[in-house]
Ligand binder design. Sequence first.
Ligand code: MRU
Length: 349
Amino acid sequence: MTEIRPIQWSDGKLWLLDQTRLPMERITLEIDSCQKAVDAIREMRVRGAPAIGVTAAYAMVLAAQEIEADDASTFLHQLRRTGTIVSAARPTAVNLQWAVQRMLSSAADECGVAQLRGKLLEEARRIQDEDEAINRHMGDLGKDLIPDGGSVLTHCNTGALATSGFGTALGVIRASWEAGNRFQVYNTETRPFLQGARLTSWEFQQLGIPATLIVDSAAGMMMAQGKITCVITGADRIAANGDTANKIGTYSLAVLARENSIPFYVAAPISTIDLELPSGEEIQIEERSAEEVTHFSGNATAPDGVPAINPAFDVTPNRYISAIISEGGVSRPPYLETLLLATRSGRSA
Ligand code: MRU
């Protein structure tokens, strides 16, 4: 099997696998300006919290190539201004701001403009490489949560496409499968953007892991019938107390899991944990265009002029989450204490 790598840097440009076209077409976009990278994030041609973080890092490299300044302080001033624009491309996933901050910190040293450009590229490559390594490590730490003989439900797309490679929640499922465990996988279609139907189903096929697609609203019945023994999702932002923002519909799955006494797990790198936010109430939820709800592929699926709202994420309160897997370990409640420990041990590892 060839590993899926949605983000590549070569010839001084960024190359993104266009996730709006999968699985029908495999098209690679040539991104040669910071603005094009920001547009690709906004239009969800690249999506998933870690993947947009990595793309933001390369957006800063592209910005650095575009800035016409001979002295380091003017260069850094302009780079910081661009960083604000890149960070705001999508509001919910903290990985975007985290990556931009990390890029700016790497360029804070006193040195010449050419050297700064080199440092920025090195840092973006490091962020990308670390992300895949972290995912593999999380897979190893979390694989025993998906036991042999059971069945797992996942939501949205959290695989290689949503990251630099391997994936978070999907990576944990993959690691368990590769360790020899055999279980039934179900994945939701994930209305309205269909990340589950289009991307997760495709990834499981590429991996050779049998997975059955269900409509989002079938999850409750499947759980009540005993067909699901655990749920695992990714995250876009986890507050200090463990409240977790993830793809719209995650909250409903977590409540249904609790009602049916099924464990509900979240897998996400430490870069998704925002210790500055005390709870999920402070997480900004992205509102996307109503057209994503009323249309599919340019065709209307609702009457002309019908009002629709399209919150892209929801927040699952920490009480519904059985464990959070990060590279810092498998954290369990009380998250206020255990997430702090995980971030400390993960960052020093
Ligand atoms: O709107 P998207 O497709 O970017 O949302 C993605 C998700 O909600 C994922 O579950 C999350 O980013 C984790 S990805 C490893």
